[in-house]
Design a protein around this ligand. Structure first.
Ligand code: PMP
Length: 325
């Protein structure tokens, strides 16, 4: 933890982790990878600071809590236009692409491929034409293969599928870095971070080290194709249990937009929630309480969750339903 970021050991570790990440995601040569700080939330604000003028339009697709937050942070810095919004469905669906009101002259289009709280996930990368597509992949990065060349910027807080909180990984198309204003503080300027290999100041060295270990683990496990197969099987098992429960459990999300990573579900009777949480914890199944914005329960199936854990959850859920249904 005390290794200097300028020392040989750390510089080698950083280069190797970047190589591994590039290999895992098949990142094209004209993209830079950055290892930053501030959480995804800081980058909600930093993205418009770097890639748009204040009077320029930026299109936002709002499909849940986190895309709402991205809008809120960007608003003081750019002419935010909400090009599509699924709030009317309580964020249980993704607005059809042909309903989006996009602007050809927008600085970028921002969206959240996976809404962590609402459990809503895009199953395809939306086609937004020539305008660069920016994606907050905090809760679905590395869960399966993705075509990086379709994006202008991908960014993700590390605390789900990459490692420990405190690190943000960003993948940015090089030509976009020319937009970064020269007169802004360097510490907020992505082009400066890129020019200094993410060591403009002391990076989160331990978080970066952990990320490197996770990338090695993913490579050993067979990379993102293997991860995608595993994650598909995990979510199929859990949604199958919910759908097959005769209404005892319900997932409110449109089947075409169900998340692979975050599965919110409610019980037929809210009065059973407390017993469900207490008994599930007793069975070693932790952190199932849903976010207060949605209520009920939420099971997160990130890469680190093995199939056996999902099987244990499903076994518990079936038994609980049998005893309380
Ligand atoms: N975006 C998404 C999709 C998230 O899931 C989260 C955190 N759960 C955030 C942004 C915010 O991340 P942070 O707290 O690291 O800023």
């Amino acid at each position: 933890m005390e290794l200097s970021h300028r020392g040989k050991h750390f510089v080698e570790l950083a280069a190797e982790s970047e190589r591994d990440l590039r290999f895992l995601l098949n990142i094209p040569d004209n993209y830079k990878t950055l290892f930053l700080q501030g959480g995804a939330t800081q980058h909600f604000a930093q993205l418009p600071m770097n890639f748009a003028r204040r009077d320029q339009i930026a299109d936002y697709i709002v499909t849940g809590h986190w895309s709402e937050k991205a809008v809120r942070e960007a608003k003081p810095l750019v002419d935010v236009r909400v090009a599509a919004n699924s709030a009317a469905s309580n964020y249980t669906a993704i607005p059809a692409r042909d309903s989006w009101a996009l602007h050809d002259d927008a600085a970028y289009v921002h969206y959240t491929p996976n809404e962590t709280i609402h459990g809503v996930e895009f199953q395809q990368i939306p086609d937004v034409g020539k305008v660069p597509l920016f994606a907050d992949m905090s809760s679905d990065i590395l869960s399966r293969p993705v075509d990086v060349s379709k994006f202008g910027v991908i960014y993700a807080g590390a605390q789900k599928n990459i490692g420990a909180a405190g690190l943000v990984v960003m993948i940015v198309r090089e030509d976009l870095l020319e937009r970064c204003p020269k007169d802004m503080p360097k510490i907020f300027n992505y082009a400066e971070h890129a020019a200094h290999d993410s060591m403009l100041n002391t990076p989160n060295t331990f978080g970066w080290y952990l990320a490197g270990l996770v990338f090695k683990w993913l490579l050993r496990e067979g990379g993102l194709v293997a991860m995608g197969e595993r994650n598909r099987a995990k979510m199929a098992l859990l949604y199958g249990c919910i759908d097959g429960s005769g209404g005892f459990y319900r997932n409110p999300v449109d089947k075409a937009a169900r998340s692979w990573m975050n599965v919110p579900f409610t019980l037929s009777d809210d009065n059973l929630n407390a017993a469900f949480l207490k008994e599930s914890e007793g069975a070693g199944l932790m952190a199932l309480r849903g976010h207060k914005a949605v209520g009920g329960m939420r099971a997160s199936l990130y890469n680190a969750v093995p199939m056996q854990a999902v099987q244990a959850l499903v076994d518990f859920m079936r038994d609980f339903a049998r005893r309380n249904g």
